[in-house]
Design a protein around this ligand. Structure first.
Ligand code: RNT
Ligand code: ZN
Length: 429
């Protein structure tokens, strides 16, 4: 009888020589590449639907985006309805190794061309999304949409001085949680419902306290109803400033950290929501001393919260490294958050998602000698090994990962995007 080949050996045999060489290089430094690839294959990234249509949504009375958000660029090919957006997501997901999630906003319901106001959204408007996700075994995440609406036109929602405006947004956020819980229930994976509001002041407010008191009260009303944690997890997202809200943002970092801590919510850290010299990488091990889980909005600010496509730069490497090196993968949820209409929108998803996964892989392949050097108080070796590690042959490992998970290797994915662009061009503006 033939002896079964151990899986590790079998993988090594079928691998290309560059991968075998890489495995040896990493093994010499105490890194198990196969274990890293297994971990990487299990990490889900939540793809933000709003990159596909410039944060537009499918409401009949689509208003200007507002809320201090800005999308620049005018590439043709924007998805104009749910079918187009799902087809675009399918195309992007086919080029990203692994099984991932899709992050929806309330304004992306399948409203069938009928006017459905924000205080009327319900699970039925997301039935087609849930069926689509179930068929592909994707998880869904969700967000109430508290901008691009006449009732948010003056820049305030849950902290608005007018109680009837607050009530409108409370209802919307409650309904969003019900939708999110229905998604988590149907798809057997908790849906993260992330609450971000634009509320803030362009000029120096006379009263910073009142709006914050009102926001606490509104949030408590929003979160009153309990849902099973297997269906729904609530997250809150702070921000430093937005366009038109430069002087004071009601939902600041301190505000939401306190809120998340006292109400046991997830805190959402967005890379673009702090002072430009601050990095969310350094905040992860701080906030996770006190909170069980966090959500990350991986983005890239250029000089300000500009929401550029995520590149494989130091900031991203620092974020993934912090999570992996501290064994925090089980407590961190990964989401992307940027919007760029100056390049192909599908390519924007693919570039950002592949970069996030590549950064995670680099973190998973970190030689343990770096940490050991620090433990021995050898700062010289720590720096030397950190810098040498940058040039270890991670590219061959990434290619092997793409090959095993059946997605194009290297820039080959770009021709798939181009082909898709040509096919859809005739139907789209
Ligand atoms: C805005 C926040 C928020 C939005 C999305 C569209 O500054 O980052 O997460 O980008 O909800
Ligand atoms: Zn965000």
């Amino acid at each position: 009888m033939k002896k079964p080949t151990p899986s590790r050996q079998r993988n090594r045999d079928t691998a290309d020589p560059a991968y075998s060489f890489a495995c040896d290089q990493f093994a010499e430094r105490g890194v198990d590449v196969e274990a890293a690839l297994r971990t990487l294959a299990g990490i889900a990234v939540s793809l933000h639907c709003w990159q596909g249509d410039d944060v537009g949504g499918f409401e009949t009375n689509r208003g200007p985006i507002g809320g201090g958000l800005a999308v620049t660029g005018n590439q043709p090919g924007r998805a104009t309805n749910a079918e187009e957006l799902r087809a675009d997501l399918d195309q992007a997901l086919a080029l990203i190794p692994g099984r991932h999630r899709v992050n929806l906003h309330a304004m992306y319901g399948d409203f069938g061309g009928r006017p459905v106001d924000r205080d009327e959204v319900a699970p039925e408007h997301f039935r087609t999304w849930i069926a689509w996700a179930a068929e592909r075994r994707l998880g869904l995440d969700f967000n109430p949409t508290c901008f691009a609406h006449s009732r948010a036109a003056d820049g305030f929602t849950l902290s608005h001085p007018d109680a009837s405006v607050r009530q409108f947004w409370i209802t919307h956020c409650r309904r969003s949680r019900a939708i999110a819980a229905s998604m988590g229930h149907a798809l057997h994976t908790p849906c993260i419902n992330n609450l971000w509001i634009p509320d803030g002041f362009k000029d120096t407010p006379a009263d910073r306290q009142g709006p914050r008191e009102r926001l606490v009260e509104s949030l408590d009303a929003v979160f009153q109803k309990r849902y099973p944690v297997e269906h729904l997890r609530d997250a809150v997202e702070p921000k430093l400033f937005g366009i038109g809200a430069e002087s004071c943002t009601v939902g600041s970092a301190e505000f939401y950290f306190g809120y998340a801590l006292t109400r046991r919510k997830l805190l959402c850290l967005d890379s673009g929501h702090f002072h430009p010299t601050e990095s969310i990488a350094d905040k992860i091990s701080s906030v996770l001393q006190f909170l069980p889980e966090i959500l990350l909005h991986v983005s890239r600010g250029v000089r300000w919260d500009s929401d550029h496509v995520v590149t494989l730069a130091d900031e991203l490497l620092a974020i993934t490294r912090e999570v992996v090196a501290n064994g925090l993968l089980g407590r961190v949820h990964w989401g992307l958050d940027y919007f760029d209409a100056s390049i192909n929108r599908i390519a924007a998803w693919v570039i950002g998602a592949r970069n996030l996964l590549r950064a995670l892989l680099i973190a998973l392949l970190e030689p343990p000698g770096i940490r050991e050097a620090e433990a021995f108080g050898d700062r010289t070796a720590r720096l030397a090994l950190q810098e040498e590690a940058r040039f270890l042959p991670v590219g061959a490992v990434w290619n092997e990962h793409c090959k095993r998970l059946n997605v194009p290797i290297g820039e080959a994915w770009l021709s798939d995007v181009r082909r898709y662009e040509m096919q859809t061009r005739v139907h789209r503006a």
